[in-house]
Design a protein around this ligand. Structure first.
Ligand code: FMN
Length: 170
């Protein structure tokens, strides 16, 4: 599949088959994260992949749709070990982690898996469930697994609303 085709195919999957993701596929997902770019190549991300049904249910219970996401083959908790702020004033933690997560979800699409970014979760409950130390930032969760729903394309803005060339003229 061409990259643009994969990008078009990805959607937020909110119904999963109760089916494990094969280890070879897990390896590809995390290899795609490992190869992601990061500021100063610091690679200060940390990923916890939960496949165990009991822990997965506890983790899903911290989200807005527990009964949906507990069925996903895995839930990834993406963390950062970094408080580095770039010269531009932006923290690298959410940026670097998000790039790696997007690699993962596009790789998932290519492997025939559904995925969903999850920002609606209780951080402190996730910290307790997974035993994540206080100094580690929990950036985002992502559910991945075999889809039990149909891909649906969401509306997107027209390009001219978000892009101009050479100078700001929105
Ligand atoms: C940073 C981020 C956080 C999100 N958090 C949630 C979430 O907590 N629960 C959920 O069901 N979807 C979540 N989504 C999915 C968005 O709602 C979805 O990407 C958006 O509506 C566009 O739909 P699409 O992904 O199907 O193209 C999140 C997406 C992003 C990028």
């Amino acid at each position: 599949m061409e990259l643009l085709e994969i990008i078009r195919k990805r959607y937020s999957c909110r119904a999963y088959q109760d089916r494990a993701v094969e280890p070879a596929k897990l390896d590809k997902l995390f290899e795609s994260a490992r190869l992601a770019p990061s500021a100063k190549n610091m690679q200060d991300w940390r990923f916890i992949a939960v496949t165990d049904k009991k822990i997965k249910a506890q983790l899903a219970a911290t989200t807005n749709k527990p009964e949906v996401f507990e069925k996903a083959g895995l839930i990834i908790t993406a963390c950062s070990n970094s408080d580095y702020v770039m010269k531009c004033g932006q923290s690298i933690a959410p940026i670097d982690v998000s790039i790696a997560l997007e690699h993962i979800c596009l790789q998932a699409t290519e492997l025939g898996l559904g995925s969903c970014w999850l920002g609606s979760f209780d951080t402190e409950k996730v910290r307790i469930v997974l035993g994540i130390p206080k100094n580690i930032a929990i950036i985002e969760l992502m559910a991945i697994g075999y889809s039990a729903d149909e891909p649906k394309q969401q509306d997107r803005q027209r390009l001219e609303n978000m892009l101009c060339y050479e100078k700001w003229h929105f």
